[in-house]
Write a protein that binds this ligand. Sequence first.
Ligand SMILES: *Cc1c(COP(=O)(O)O)cnc(C)c1O
Length: 379
Amino acid sequence: MIYLDNAATTPVHPKVLKVMLPYLEKQYGNPSGIYEFAEKSKDVIDGVRETIAASINAKPEEIYFTSGGTESDNWALVGMAEALKDKGRHIITTSIEHHAVINTCEYLKQRGFDITYLDVDSNGIINPRQLMKAIRKDTILISIMAANNETGSIQPVQVIGGIAKRNNICFHTDAVQAYLHMDIDVNKMNIGMMSASAHKFRGAKGCGFLYIRDGIKPAIFMHGGKQESGIRAGTENVPGIAGMGEAVRIAMQDMHKDIVYVRNMRDYLLYRIEHEIPGVVLNGSRHMRLPGNLNVSFLGIEGQSLLIMLDMDGICTSSGSACTAGTGGGSHVLKALGASGDRLKGALRMTLGTQNTMEEMDYVIWRLKENVAALRDKD
Ligand SMILES: *Cc1c(COP(=O)(O)O)cnc(C)c1O
């Protein structure tokens, strides 16, 4: 099997699994316990808090563990809406966010909040001037993703952070795709809150974190015990958190080397597709793009049909984001950057990771060529 769907999820790294296992077996103490056995569990999660904080230039007490990207996004948006509803009810986001943000904004809209969805250009990138124009007296939050899950387009995070800071508005970024695939410094970039998810960087599913800058106070989202400084209740996912720490450590160690390795593979794949298959359009920016992301439309065919043929060849890809695949109608992200008709229908996303190899790319290109030609021949 050749796995080219790393934006949907990644395989747990063998070293991560090794770190997790003891916490599922012998070291099962509840971190809230006050005997030594339990304190070992508390120590491990506090160690991970430090590792994560160091990776984004934050303080350990600004890292809050959650069940993943979706919860982090929900907490950031609903928490800030609830905390600041008397100050204002306007939120600015974009039309290309993950559904964890879009559907949460739609929920808030039903509760009386006003949402501005910023457009993107043909590269899938927002215009900072449009953001400045959208800011109102009652704007309480700007939520703009760092990089998009479908096209890999990277937003001008630092510019957005600067605008938010000058206007004294909290800036939340969904960095689930971007974290550990590009440099993130929450201070340099003026990020107020940031979502991340372990299973997108070789950790386990159901585990992530929300960075919340000192002084920013979203309302409590998970009510219960005193975990996470009393603002996110629930017994900590100790194995998941321990593994996430190891995944961060591994990724930080090799990040720049990995970016070059994955980007070279992706560029090779794109070069050969563009030179050997006619009727191909690249979706998203050529340069402001995550290293592992490739999203191309094969004109005149259905991306879904190509996906199924590739699946029979043992190649896993996606025709939209994993969450919308199969629902039809076409991707809201591709529509936002101006795709319609054949280009919308023929889209295929291939997202690469460090486990992939150049030999795999040769096989993928061969299968793409044959399958695209076969589908085009059919009609
Ligand atoms: C995967 C993803 C999420 C959701 O994260 P989960 O941990 O799967 O809930 C949110 N935003 C983006 C950009 C993602 O890629």
